[in-house]
Design a protein around this ligand. Structure first.
Ligand code: BGC
Ligand code: BGC
Length: 860
């Protein structure tokens, strides 16, 4: 049989040395291959698994009779209600401590946008919240058993939900270090900061092996290469949890880890988030699941089931993989947690009802806002036997074992467990130093023409670009907010921007530094450092149709060219979660550094690109590409080892100061033919995007299709004209006469599936302005065919808006779903209807998360 690791001996060896004996799973998959049977499905795309063909793993904990006895006797005391509560996890934005007490919920989470009191908060508020939920969970005043609650967050690059935390480089950056020991230090520091706020569980590490960089979550993966991911898995799990068998295992400085997303999240077709991995079983095992055996062997306590499917079958309901492979063959004895309402995507399930998932092997539902209905239905299914008691008991026992290993029953409240070691605090100097070291190790030098780097800090240096003094941009998604947007440098009291680091060192060395986002300067600089790249995104919001960098916006390139034309050499520092096609920018720059998403310690960039004041090189480049860099913007998927592998910069590439740069001029043919529209964008600069058309419907019910402004309905009850917003005629004014309900709508030529976005709490965002408004009904609606649709009233909200001011107004997509729309087949993603006499202006309609005014769902 074919073993993917065969030609990757070097990296695999490294996995062995760091993870030690625990990686016996890999001994099975490589050296002890005799033990692995060929998969009968080789090359055939089926969703049937053959567990015997998967690596055999050994769970590192010996049978513990005392613990088993304790679990058994607690389980014996639990009612059906207690048990069902135990397997449900609710989100802090949708549950109160009192409800945790009342329903005896086993766990809570804080999703990417869920904060104490609904606002960005520092450690104190988080700790108080942790305490409040803990105390509620152990309250036995109404006869409950008082089983303490687990509190999970996405501490995925540091304890990134909390203001003041150290923000480490994102995983795609860490892959470039090839340094498992440093990854373990980062994980340990993250665990310490989480415990400092009372959190005892992180949904990390992401062990995905992204195969297509168009995927919006590529930055969450360490590498496209399974061997690199495998080499980090045990290190990060042990950093977070401590080493099984050692005294520090799950002590007060460690947290429960979650290997995610099992499995195939990074193998989906076209890099579609939550999509379908159409790969053979062998490929799924050897590529996508490479990190799981070492993570399990290192004792990872939880595994998160993936949103995605394998050959058409949703992972959240895949018994073969969750039960037979993961828990059977791989001996995983922790518990399987679902992903954010992921169970609702299993055929036949809804967010409120899914016995299929539990029966397939999921042990805990992540049911952020759906937990009430889910509790009720699951309880009924337990009582009726649809969910066998043996399965429920197994799920509950697994959860209780994890809680006991963590010492949850014995250690008291979160705040009573805070370590007095000051270096464990949020943003401690020790943690920031680790992060800064990591930044230095992650930078990959792609071009260094004539050895322009390292720069002499005694010069006059211009620092330009919108990424220069922008900690949110250098941190990416999953930073303080889900998308990493809507925040500023002020939200990082312990952080430093890239400019901040350069400025500090240049001034200390006696040089001068000027910050200028647009590259204009007061005095001609000797050299310019231009920092630019991707804006933050997370999950499907980051899916892109090709690898073009900032399509339609050449401002960075223009700036670089302008500086060069003025005789100023340019060093590009490129911020991105993934490789993008930037050949024109590379050609235009004298040096080009792939800086990934370095996080809060921007000073690490200056450490490497500047000499010391004395002219020495303190830090050379270390980073080697863990993702292949594309030759064109359509070269996807592109992964090391594939047939006809022909990247621009190969996996493993990365110059040092000792190397001679021989890079010639790169091709500037992107390969992109059509102007592909970003998904989720409906109206831009006043015009519908390709595939959509504007329609006006008068109060008389007749419609005019494919309207181009200026236009009016037949009865004159609604008219549309072009107006100026930021540019000439880049917005539309819509006037309603008040003669009856008339509407302006966007019609899609083919149905839009907005299911993922609805599940993910995304908003329909309209950039608009109220010019004039009389009382009367106004609503925003979507339609999904003739008899399908839903609307949300807007009149009260619009009446309260300041007149004449452009604002982004957001309506949660889930309001439409709650009101009855089928979000999988939307053909009218936007219909604004008014019976009132009104004048409203509209510039843009798109799905998004950043708004000025959020509309609440109507209560039914
Ligand atoms: C993501 C997970 C995350 C969870 C909780 C999901 O949407 O896929 O990675 O752990 O939300 O925030
Ligand atoms: C939450 C994330 C979650 C996502 C699901 C967001 O609203 O904040 O934690 O991962 O929805 O797609």
């Amino acid at each position: 049989m074919q073993l993917v690791f065969r030609d990757r001996r070097v990296s695999i060896k490294r996995a062995f040395t760091t993870a030690g004996a625990l990686v016996c799973a890999f001994t099975v998959a490589s050296a002890c291959s005799a033990d692995v049977k060929p998969t009968p499905t080789d090359g055939v795309h089926s969703a049937v698994v053959h567990p015997d063909a998967w690596p055999k793993v050994k769970w590192p904990f010996a049978h513990d009779a005392a613990l088993e006895q304790r679990v058994k006797s607690l389980l014996a005391k639990m009612s059906d209600e207690d048990k069902v509560g135990q397997i449900i996890q609710a989100d802090i934005a949708s549950v109160t401590p009192d409800e945790v007490r009342k329903y005896r919920l086993g766990s809570i989470l804080a999703g990417g946008n869920s904060k104490p009191g609904g606002k960005l908060s520092g450690g104190k508020a988080w700790l108080e919240l942790s305490d409040a939920f803990y105390h509620a969970s152990v309250d036995t005043s109404d006869g409950g058993l008082g089983i303490p609650v687990l509190f999970g967050v996405d501490a995925v690059h540091g304890h990134n939900d909390v203001v003041g935390a150290t923000i480490f480089p994102q995983n795609s950056a860490l892959g470039a270090m090839r340094d498992p020991a440093l990854v373990a230090e980062i994980a340990a520091a993250t665990a310490e900061e989480a415990r400092a706020t009372g959190i005892n569980w992180t949904f990390a590490p992401t062990l995905t092996v992204p195969q297509d960089d168009r995927w919006g979550r590529a930055f969450e993966g360490y590498s496209e290469d399974p061997a690199v991911v495998a080499s980090y898995a045990a290190a990060v799990v042990e950093g977070l949890q401590g080493k099984p068998g050692s005294a520090d295992f799950l002590d007060n400085a460690h947290v429960i880890a979650s290997a995610k997303h099992f499995v195939g999240d990074g193998s989906t077709k076209d890099g579609k988030d939550q999509g379908d991995a159409e790969v053979s079983e062998e490929n799924l095992r050897d590529v996508a699941s490479a990190g799981y055996p070492p993570a399990i062997a290192a004792g990872v306590q939880t595994v998160m089931a993936s949103f995605s499917s394998w050959n058409g079958e949703k992972m959240s309901g895949h018994k073969g993989l969750l039960t037979d492979v993961l828990k059977g063959r791989m001996d995983f004895q922790g518990f399987v947690v679902g992903d954010w309402n992921g169970h609702g995507q299993v055929p036949g399930c809804t967010n409120e009802d899914c016995p299929q998932a539990i029966n397939a092997g999921m042990d805990m539902f992540m049911a952020p806002d759906s937990w009430r209905g889910l509790y009720k239905n699951t309880l009924a299914e337990v009582k009726s036997g649809v969910i066998p008691m043996s399965r429920l008991d197994d799920a509950v026992s697994r959860i209780l074992r994890v809680k006991m290993r963590l010492g949850l029953f014995d250690k008291g409240s979160p705040s009573s467990q805070i370590s007095d070691n000051p270096s464990y605090a949020l943003g401690s100097p020790e943690h920031r130093a680790i992060a800064r070291r990591a930044v230095r190790e992650t930078l990959v030098l792609l071009k260094n023409h004539n050895g322009i780097l390292p720069l002499n800090p005694k010069q006059r240096i211009l620092v330009a670009g919108d990424g220069a003094d922008n900690i949110p941009k250098q941190s990416g998604g999953w930073t303080l907010t889900w998308q990493g947007t809507g925040i500023t440098n002020a939200d990082f009291p312990n952080g430093q921007s890239i400019w901040g680091g350069i400025h500090e060192q240049v001034v200390a060395a006696g040089g001068t530094a000027q910050l200028s986002v647009d590259g204009k300067y007061t005095q001609k600089p000797d050299v310019a450092i231009v920092v630019y790249g991707e804006n933050p995104y997370a999950e499907f919001q980051g899916d892109i149709p090709n690898l073009l960098f900032s399509p339609g916006d050449s401002s960075n390139l223009d700036m670089i060219k302008r500086l060069r034309a003025q005789g100023i050499p340019v060093v590009s520092v490129f911020l991105s979660g993934r490789p993008l096609w930037v050949n024109p920018e590379i050609n235009a720059s004298n040096a080009f550094v792939a800086a990934w998403l370095p996080g809060s310690e921007g000073g690490g960039v200056a450490d490497v690109i500047l000499r010391t004041a004395a002219g020495a090189i303190d830090h050379d480049f270390h980073g080697k590409l863990a993702y292949s860099w594309p030759r064109t913007a359509v070269q996807t998927p592109l992964n090391v080892g594939q047939k006809n592998y022909n990247p621009q910069f190969a996996f493993g590439y990365g110059l040092t100061y000792k190397d001679k740069d021989t890079l010639g001029t790169l091709s500037e043919v992107s390969g992109v033919k059509d102007s592909v529209v970003a998904p989720g964008l409906y109206l831009q600069r006043g015009k519908p995007v390709t595939g959509l058309a504007l329609q006006l419907t008068g109060a008389d019910g007749t419609s005019v299709d494919e309207v181009v402004a200026p236009a009016r309905s037949r009865d004159g009850s609604i008219r549309i004209t072009a107006i100026d917003y930021q540019a000439q005629e880049d917005a539309r004014r819509v006037e309603w006469s008040g003669a009856g309900a008339a509407s302006v709508a966007l019609h899609a030529a083919s149905k839009l599936d907005q299911d993922r976005q609805t599940n993910g709490d995304v908003l329909l965002v309209t950039t608009m302005k109220v010019d004039a408004l009389a009382p009367g009904k106004i609503s925003l609606a979507v339609a999904c065919g003739d008899k399908c649709g839903a609307s949300v009233p807007l009149d009260a909200m619009l009446a309260a808006l300041p007149k004449g001011e452009w604002l982004r107004v957001g309506v949660p997509l889930k309001c439409f779903r709650e009101a009855g729309a089928d979000m999988t087949k939307i053909d009218v993603p936007f219909r604004l209807q008014s019976a009132a006499k009104a004048t409203l202006s509209i510039a843009r309609v798109a799905l998004g998360t950043d708004v000025d005014k959020l509309v609440a769902c109507p209560t039914h």
